[in-house]
Design a protein around this ligand. Structure first.
Ligand code: AMP
Length: 598
């Protein structure tokens, strides 16, 4: 012990990692253009990370101080971070902001100013990760009148203790711009490599992560009790569970052929809500696991009133509905409710109902392994009749004609189709499989359904569009197994000038100097964009293509979308990892021949 080292401590003998060492790994991660290299770098980091530091390290990798679902924010914007930098290094806000303007990055501005001030602490005195993390948390928890001043002061004192590179990364945390390009599955792989030298633990880790949504908790549990302890984690009220998802099939016949009998429900076009209840304490999570409780006060209130189970986790779709006319309002109306302002007014004007369709946990018991039929019965018991939470009705049938009747009825009510469920299937967190199959209204000449893609680059065009700096977008699908984004098409025509401008604005914060490590592309766009901006698209068909790596075989033949067009921006409710997967694209391709308009 007592061993001194200069920022390198491969065995982690001092029992902690210094923040200045952690940022060296961050730097490496950012400089890497391949996914395997990301895993290697992270595995090396985690091999020397003691238990206590695993959660802070995992959250900081996500650019956060807590799991995604906990709304812990530092509460300092550009100007206040600039104030803190100024205070730490004897400058002023204007000078810092000027530097920021020139460099385009507040972290780099901080690093430059720190370097010029010559205030670099000795490596042996550099603070440990856990200390920096705790003090950041303390800043986040400082609230109330006059708290901004205190936040700036604490942040400034932190900066004053750090070397320039550490200052750079520290400033990115409050601004939500960590952007290391590391996906959660990549961190899980790294956990596995760090502990057993290969990725064999990934499956168990993934399951626990799908059920708890807390990377820090999964890591800490692995370090403390091994994979056995991780496997015992399970769902808990308060931690959002990654939602089960639906597959697609082209027709009623195909669905019945696949499922035999199916419980057919209307497909409500609203917001997926996962409601957690512990007594009077209600939390509502979105499909991408964000805490949306504040946006849906009437649903929370409805859950308090109507849910008789003491503890429960259940799911449904929230949308505006008029019970007198049995009419559902279109998604565009419902979507206004995602706004965080004027919630009470819109709630009064346009109250939402929740069509509950599944239950995962009731009265202290996990019920995910029970059959769909049993869960539906438990759901009906757990929720009392009332006017806010309604139970989604299911019609069980083995006849395609009957399925079509429910489908047509749903369309007549202004909905988009049906979801057919396998009566004996469990609830599998985060899984997309044939336990649930959706059938949506067909649009002539199109693929039957929209696909979601993520923008990974743009290609400058000639002529009028150059004014907006965009000619075509390069977009990608997602491969969850490998945690990579292979491209699938270029989309250029059919966007209005307003849409181009919006594309540009949305992509701007994510422009990257080099190919982001998890992107796979044979095309070199004019500008790379980190996979963040999700768009919903329609296309005429899917073709085999050597141009795009989505689903590429050994000969390099992949799949591409033909004649794609933008339908909407989905960044608000979908994370890049939620876009259409490679497997889905291949399945859509295989289904094309089988399409019969329902
Ligand atoms: P998609 O988003 O097109 O993959 O379709 C699946 C989504 O449909 C789910 O994530 C839910 O948000 C939504 N949905 C609407 N009605 C139902 C229902 N009755 N059962 C399950 N999911 C539903």
């Amino acid at each position: 012990r007592g061993r001194q080292y200069n920022g390198v401590n491969p065995e982690g003998r001092d029992g902690f990692v210094r923040f200045s060492e952690l940022v060296q790994y961050f730097l490496k991660l950012e400089g890497t253009s391949g996914r395997n290299a990301l895993v290697e770098i992270l595995a090396e980091l985690f091999m020397r990370t003691p238990t206590e530091d695993v959660p802070p390290t995992a959250y900081l990798l996500q650019g956060r101080l807590a799991p995604y679902f906990e709304p812990v924010e530092i509460g300092l914007g550009n100007n206040y971070v600039a104030d803190a930098i100024a205070r730490a290094f004897g400058s002023d806000r204007a000078t810092v902001l000027e530097r920021f303007d020139r460099l385009g990055d507040i972290g780099e501005a901080a690093a430059e100013i720190a370097a010029e001030s010559g205030s670099s602490p000795a490596p042996t005195r550099a603070p440990p990760v856990r200390e920096i993390f705790d003090r950041l948390l303390e800043i986040a928890r400082t609230t109330g009148a006059g708290s901004v001043g205190a936040k700036v002061e604490t942040f400034a004192s932190l900066l004053g203790e750090l070397d320039p590179l550490s200052c750079n990364y520290l400033c990115r945390v409050p601004l939500g711009r960590m952007r290391l390009g590391v996906g959660d599955p990549t961190v899980l792989d790294a956990f596995s490599f760090a502990k057993v030298g290969d990725r064999s633990l990934r499956k168990g880790l993934e399951r626990a992560y799908s059920e708890t949504s807390d990377l820090g908790l999964v890591g800490k549990t692995l370090w403390e009790g091994g994979i056995e302890a991780v496997e015992c984690l399970g769902v808990r009220v308060g931690n959002p569970v990654r939602p089960a998802l639906a597959e697609r099939l082209p027709s009623a016949e195909a669905i019945i052929a696949k499922l035999g009998r199916a419980a057919v429900e209307r497909k409500y076009d609203g917001f997926r809500c996962q409601v957690h209840k512990a007594g009077d304490d209600i939390k509502i999570f979105s499909r991408n696991l964000e805490d949306m409780t504040a946006s849906f006060p009437e649903i929370a209130e409805g859950a308090r009133r109507q849910v008789v189970a003491g503890t429960a986790i259940f799911e449904g779709e929230a949308l505006a509905y008029n019970p007198l006319s049995d009419e559902y309002l279109p998604f565009q109306q419902t979507v206004r409710r995602r706004r965080k302002h004027g919630v009470e007014e819109t709630a009064a004007e346009l109250p939402l109902r929740l069509f509950a369709f599944d239950i995962l946990y009731a009265d202290g018991e996990r019920v995910m392994e029970r059959s769909y039929t049993e869960r539906h019965a438990i759901l009906e018991h757990a929720v009392e009749a009332g006017d806010t939470i309604l139970i989604s009705e299911a019609h069980t049938t083995g006849e395609p004609e009957e399925l079509l009747e429910v489908f047509n009825d749903s369309i007549q009510h202004g909905l988009e189709g049906i979801v057919a469920k396998r009566p004996d299937s469990p609830y599998q967190a985060g899984a997309r499989n044939y336990n649930w199959v959706k059938l949506k209204r067909a649009q002539a000449g199109n693929l039957q359904d929209t696909v979601d893609c993520v923008i990974v680059g743009y290609i400058y065009g000639r002529g009028r569009r150059t004014a907006f700096g965009v000619g075509a977008l390069l977009v990608a699908t997602y491969d969850p197994e490998r945690d990579v984004f292979p491209t699938v098409t270029k989309i250029g025509t059919g966007l209005s000038d307003v849409q181009w401008r919006e594309v540009r604005e949305r992509c701007e914060p994510y422009v990257s100097e080099r190919k982001p490590a998890r992107v796979e592309s044979n095309i070199e766009p004019s500008v790379w964009v980190e996979p963040q901006v999700v768009i919903e698209m329609l296309a005429d068909e899917i073709t085999r293509s050597p141009v795009h790596p989505t689903g590429a075989d050994e000969g390099g033949q992949g799949y591409a979308l033909r004649f794609p067009r933008l339908v909407s921006f989905r960044q608000e409710d979908k994370k890049p990892e939620d876009v259409t997967t490679v497997t889905e694209i291949v399945e859509l391709y295989n289904q094309q021949g089988a399409r019969t308009t329902p």
